[in-house]
Write a protein that binds this ligand. Structure first.
Ligand code: PRX
Length: 574
């Protein structure tokens, strides 16, 4: 423990050209940030304009905004190209009669068309809802129903997972792909885009008008629609400068999918607000493919996640040596605890400090970080950004001294704070139950230098490969399986994925425990909900521990799993 707090990696260890600590502080002038955006002059704003068209008007028309490749395509688009393509899509939406504030979902793999659609949706003032392509029917349905989405952009392969007859608000399905027959409610993306004009009116918005909804998991109930507004751009722009350290000649690569908030806040908003060239690599993870992406584009700033770094570490140092990664100058991580071992390995093989950053879907942007101008303590999430006040508080809201574990909380507000949970004001209020604090649901402690150290979730939310999975959602799917009477789901520690999903299941009368049944149940969740929510481990039990009111006690399941004391059992059924 002591050693953990003593280990430090200095700023100059690898790159003496980083923005200094003083520079970081002095650039923290909200007024300076605000001067960048339209509202400074007109009082109105539009994220898509600020991301793309603003640069076109400021002389960056021909700068490459997007480098896209997958195994079949290899393309690049300038800011002027993205401006035109998003204008076209805005016109497609206008023709369909889609208005400001309406929800449009984007359900497709990463391709340039995803980005055209998202930017075009923002141009008409719609609120976008990005979905992972891995989502299966019930996950898609829950999200579209809750938000009363009017349109969705998708591909032929995913079309079958959109249960149209059960979605009364959904008027338009815009399909990108060959051989799409336009018809009742079905719009062919390519032919509409071809007919649409490259010029479009921007829908000018107020700072508190809607921007994006990301659905994310809690420990109870269905996923929550976390709603963000245009004002978040201040945080995206600013953290793009002082955390990502983006400068005009950077080639930036964020490996996250826009289905996850990292793939929008830092895969779209922060880089383009800062006018950087953005790399998007489609397709699946593979170490040599990833290294090749860095080499091919000369990536300078790279933002990824601990699971990916652990897999790259697993692929071995020799794989690294086959590529020229010398363009890299700044590497960052988010989503789960970043093991000190991984930080040490990054120094060794990439000659880079991997900078951990902490934030959440709800916070909209980075809040606690190892920013480039500070010493890193491997294993720590870093320190609050200048202007952000973070603390460890007890359950009454009192601040705790160094080394006491408690609730990680942030003083409200900050520019990118969520503005509501869609359709669920009481869930929203729960986060702010302790006067003036946003309570994150994470537990952590602070050391005497003000560095924060992550300890775990306070609730039962599972973090598998950086993705948040709500146990309730998985349990609800499990009990739909004909063999399952009851199910309790926990996160089980895993060296590669952080946690994996483990389900404890009691069977209905007439069903026998077997390996085949486990396989079948796994498949059932994978195909009904999503692959990342499927339990990799299943254990059958005659009975599950429950409270007298019938709630499954996940804490007891977890204690069984980890061979820990089960704690207070006074509320358990006999
Ligand atoms: O538990 C924390 C973990 O991920 C949660 C937020 O997940 P999500 O909303 O999906 O957003 C992740 C991307 C912003 C947090 O409550 N988490 C996030 N970053 C870190 C982390 N845990 C440890 N260290 C981090 N740097």
């Amino acid at each position: 423990m002591e050693n953990l707090h003593q280990e430090r990696v200095a700023v100059t260890a690898v790159n003496p050209n980083m923005r200094s600590y003083e520079e970081t502080y002095s650039s923290f002038q909200f007024e300076e940030v605000e001067k960048q955006f339209s509202w400074y002059e007109t009082g109105k704003v539009n994220m898509a304009y600020e991301l793309i068209d603003r640069h076109v008007h400021n002389g960056l028309s021909d700068k490459i905004a997007l480098y896209y490749s997958d195994n079949a395509r290899d393309e690049q688009y300038t800011f002027a190209d993205l401006s035109k393509q998003s204008n076209r899509f805005a016109n497609v939406l206008r023709k369909l009669g889609i208005n400001k504030g309406e929800r449009i979902f984007i359900f497709m793999p990463r391709t340039p068309e995803l980005y055209f659609s998202l930017l075009g949706s923002l141009k008409v003032g719609a609120v976008v809802g990005p979905l992972f392509e891995a989502f299966m029917e019930s996950a898609v349905k829950d999200r579209l129903l809750d938000s009363e989405a009017v349109a969705i952009v998708t591909t032929p392969a995913l079309l079958g997972r959109i249960p149209r007859s059960e979605l009364p608000s959904l008027k338009h399905i815009i399909v990108f792909g060959d051989e799409v027959e336009a018809g009742e409610g079905i719009v062919n993306f390519s032919s509409e885009m071809a007919q649409a004009s490259e010029e479009a009116e921007i829908e000018w918005l107020g700072r508190e008008d809607g921007l994006i909804i990301h659905y994310t998991s809690g420990s109870t109930g269905k996923p929550k629609g976390v709603f963000h507004v245009q004002n978040a751009m201040i945080q995206h722009y600013y953290t793009g400068k002082v955390v990502l350290d983006l400068k005009s000649d950077d080639i930036y690569w964020c490996t996250a999918d826009p289905g996850w908030v990292t793939g929008t806040s830092y895969g779209i908003f922060a880089p383009w607000l800062n006018g950087a060239s953005n790399v998007i690599r489609g397709g699946r993870f593979s170490p040599s493919d990833w290294y090749n992406t860095i080499q091919k584009y000369g990536v300078t700033v790279w933002y990824s996640a601990p699971t990916a770094f652990r897999m790259l570490m697993g692929a071995g140092d020799d794989t690294v040596k086959q590529f020229d990664l010398s363009s890299l100058r700044h590497v960052l991580s988010v989503g789960e605890p970043l093991n000190p071992e991984v930080v040490r390995w990054g120094l060794k093989v990439y000659n880079q400090r991997i900078h951990d950053t902490w934030w959440m879907t709800e916070t909209g942007g980075q809040l606690i970080c190892n920013y480039p101008s500070m010493e890193i303590k491997p294993g720590s999430m870093g320190k609050p950004l200048p202007g952000v006040q973070a603390a460890i508080i007890d359950d009454s809201g009192n601040e705790l001294p160094p080394y006491r574990m408690g609730n990680l909380a942030i003083r409200t507000p900050w520019p990118s704070m969520m503005r509501k949970i869609w359709n669920n004001p009481s869930k929203y209020e729960e986060y702010f139950r302790l006067q003036g604090w946003y309570v994150s649901g994470d537990s952590a402690y602070q050391d005497e230098d003000g560095y924060f150290w992550f300890q775990g979730r306070i609730d039962d939310v599972i973090n598998t490969s950086g993705e948040r999975v709500g146990p309730f959602e998985v349990e609800s799917k499990l009990v739909e399986h004909p063999a399952v009477a009851e199910a309790g789901v926990i996160g089980k520690p895993d060296p590669m994925r952080g946690e994996i999903i483990k389900a404890f299941i009691s069977l209905r009368e007439g069903y026998e425990a077997s390996e085949e049944l486990k396989q079948d149940i796994y498949k059932f969740v994978k195909e009904g909900l999503s692959a990342h929510a499927a339990p990799r481990e299943i254990e059958f039990k005659d009975k599950l521990p429950k409270t007298r009111s019938g709630k499954i006690m996940r804490r007891v399941l977890k204690a069984w799993e980890l061979s820990l004391p089960t704690g207070d059992l006074s509320t358990i059924e006999d």
